[in-house]
Design a protein around this ligand. Structure first.
Ligand code: SF4
Length: 299
């Protein structure tokens, strides 16, 4: 590594972050489009069907006009998989992701949502203290970097739930808590979307896992067969609640249920839920050690 390559690499990451943020807001992924189309064809409830058709029209108009699928530009959340031999320190990568978010907001321009939590003073550029939120994963024996931007709307983020169940509550308790939470949320998280569930670990890890779960493509399955079984069961159960599109009734309350899990303490059984709305936006890229960028490489 030479010192002259670093600014170029940092700039490549900054440009990529700016592009991913805007792209995610405008062009929802194909797996989500397919799931919305399939739900629209299957839906038997009249109002639910009409809402799903309106969502499909919304997406088509956004495509045609190269505009955002929803006015809520969210909080920018980035997921980074970083190889141990990638020639830029995470501190510089964080700066680049932050600057890319700021530039996308100011240059596009995008609506800025970010405020100080107590004073409600807006920052004006969708960055702030610890915002954008960056999730890190470090990969040994690799010199690449994968980055995914998942702008998170407030309607769905407000419908986040955490409960420290007891081990005696078991799987039945997890199911009951998830169903109660989804029915209680009704139309507020703009259903149908992706229900992300984190189980195990500690309170903070469970919520972290729930957030990772919503960033997975629709219909991806947890590799652990026990967890995958629970994903399938909850998908069926949630869609039997009749909450439906936008909470106005129907067969489609959720497009996909994703669970991420960690081992936990013998006396713990934490469950966290992070809802992702129908506009489940995400965009990803791969960055090579010499600053090359390949878009749409999902991870
Ligand atoms: S929750 Fe999603 S669909 Fe609803 S307003 Fe926010 S970004 Fe838009």
């Amino acid at each position: 590594m030479t010192t002259t390559t670093t600014p170029t690499l940092e700039k490549a990451i900054e440009d990529t972050a700016a592009h991913l943020y805007v792209w995610a807001l405008k062009d929802i992924p194909q797996d989500l489009r397919d799931a919305l189309g399939e739900a629209s064809r299957r839906e038997t409830h009249k109002v639910g069907k009409r809402i799903l058709e309106t969502i499909t029209t919304n997406v088509a108009v956004a495509d045609e006009q190269k505009n955002l699928v929803c006015q809520d530009t969210g909080l920018a959340v980035f997921y980074v998989r970083l190889g141990e031999h990638f020639p830029l320190h995470p501190a510089r990568i964080e700066t680049a992701l932050r600057e890319g978010t700021r530039r996308a907001t100011v240059e596009h321009p995008l609506r800025s949502n970010t405020v100080h939590t107590l004073t409600r003073e807006p920052t004006g550029d969708n960055t702030g203290h610890r915002i954008p939120n960056i999730h890190w994963e470090f990969v040994p024996d690799w010199d690449g970097m994968d980055v995914k931007c998942v702008p998170k709307g407030s309607g769905s983020e407000n419908m986040s739930f955490l409960k420290m169940l007891t081990p005696a509550d078991g799987i039945a308790g997890i199911k009951r808590y998830v169903l109660d939470s989804i029915v209680g949320a009704g139309g507020k998280p703009c259903p149908p979307g992706i229900v992300g569930i984190g189980i195990g670990g500690s309170a903070d890890l469970a919520m972290h896992l729930a957030k990772e779960a919503i960033a997975r493509p629709v219909d991806t399955v947890n590799p652990d067969p026990e967890v995958a079984k629970l994903e399938r069961e909850l998908f069926e159960l949630i869609n039997e609640t009749g909450v439906g599109p936008m909470g106005l009734g129907g067969d489609t309350t959720v497009l996909s249920v994703h669970i991420e899990q960690a081992h936990t303490h013998i006396t713990l059984n934490p469950v966290a839920i992070n809802y992702q709305c129908w506009a489940a936006r995400r965009a990803s890229a791969h960055i090579t050690a010499d600053g090359g960028v390949e878009y749409d490489r999902e991870f």
